[in-house]
Design a protein around this ligand. Structure first.
Ligand SMILES: Cc1ncc(COP(=O)(O)OP(=O)(O)O)c(N)n1
Ligand SMILES: Cc1ncsc1CCOP(=O)(O)O
Ligand SMILES: [Mg+2]
Length: 291
């Protein structure tokens, strides 16, 4: 596991055109998350997004399409739990590609930590309209619980987060806050991105007795050179899960009142009651849409 620091604002967008709009505002970390697109388009968009990020000294994270990241030398991928089942983690590590992993419950967190990721994402913090989720809203307190578990490993909060809630997420223990709709559905996305940058830059975070973290820019800078060959296609979900519900967000089985601890991550123990946020435990069903 490497423990570098992440910029506190992490927009997630579905085209290189969005990258082109947002990186000039000062965004330093951005994810390209395109769903159900032909591989050739995906590769072209990823190459374009990478060139833009290199021009503006921003870090591009490619969602799902890890073979394209290897081919294009994109230094960061985001993988969900399903993606983890098919991704060649050793190949990614061999190519020095950082890996972020989605988590929604303790079992998933354990699986994520087992591959020594470069960040862990927790979501959805609030109800989201951007992805059909099998897990209900985690709530802010769950961020603190997750931070206790992951220690110095960067933690990303995602899902239903508006700019006005970003500081609370950071104060609760998130190292970075990711968002889609609050930016892309805003009437002035560039202005909204600037608001996010401002809102996330000046947050007083609780003191964490964690070891110094390695900066993102200490990672070797990838070349913009690209090959036309794509190694393989990662498994794409195609259709997203349709069940969703609510959990008792803030559920905390760790028995610790704060997350100020040092370098050892807390052991992840599956709570027999865990599934407060599991797909099986929700009575309520919400309809979430992918834009
Ligand atoms: C920062 C961040 N967190 C979570 C996700 C979701 O990833 P995943 O669970 O694989 O779902 P898809 O985004 O692939 O639909 C993410 N992309 N980014
Ligand atoms: C991709 C993803 N993973 C968990 S929630 C989510 C969607 C986040 O989008 P929004 O910020 O619009 O709720
Ligand atoms: Mg995925």
């Amino acid at each position: 596991m490497s423990a570098f620091s992440l910029p506190p604002f992490y927009p997630v967008v579905d085209s290189a055109q969005w990258v082109e709009r947002l990186v000039p505002t000062g965004v330093k970390l951005i994810q390209l998350r395109m769903k159900d697109k032909p591989l050739a388009i995906m590769q072209q968009q990823a190459a374009q997004a990478l060139a833009l990020c290199q021009r503006y000294a921003a870090q591009l994270v490619l969602n799902d399409y890890w073979p394209i990241a290897i081919t294009l030398k994109i230094p960061f991928v985001h993988l969900g739990q399903e993606d983890l089942q098919t991704a060649d983690i050793q190949a990614l590590k061999h190519h020095n590609i950082a890996i972020g992993v989605s988590t929604h419950d303790h079992a998933e967190l354990e699986k994520a930590l087992a591959i020594s990721p470069d960040y862990v994402a927790l979501g959805p913090i609030f109800p989201t309209t951007s992805k059909i989720m099998a897990f209900g809203p985690q709530g802010i307190a769950r961020i603190t619980e997750w931070k206790k578990h992951v220690g110095p490993l960067p933690l990303v909060a995602i899902g239903g987060i508006a700019c006005e809630q970003a500081a609370a997420c950071l104060k609760a223990g998130a190292d970075s806050v990711a968002a889609i709709s609050d930016i892309t559905q805003n009437p002035s996305p560039e202005e909204r991105a600037r608001e996010w940058l401002k809102a996330t830059q000046l947050v007083d975070k609780p003191a964490l007795s964690l070891p110094p973290q390695q900066g993102l820019d200490s990672r070797p800078n990838p070349s913009a050179e690209s090959s036309s060959a794509v190694h393989a296609s990662p498994e794409q979900s195609g259709s997203e899960q349709s069940d969703s519900g609510h959990n008792d967000s803030g559920h905390n089985d760790s028995g610790h009142g704060d997350f100020g601890h040092n370098d050892s991550r807390q052991e992840i123990r599956s709570n027999p009651n865990e599934p407060p946020n599991s797909p099986l435990s929700h009575g309520a069903h919400q309809k979430h849409l992918t834009p």
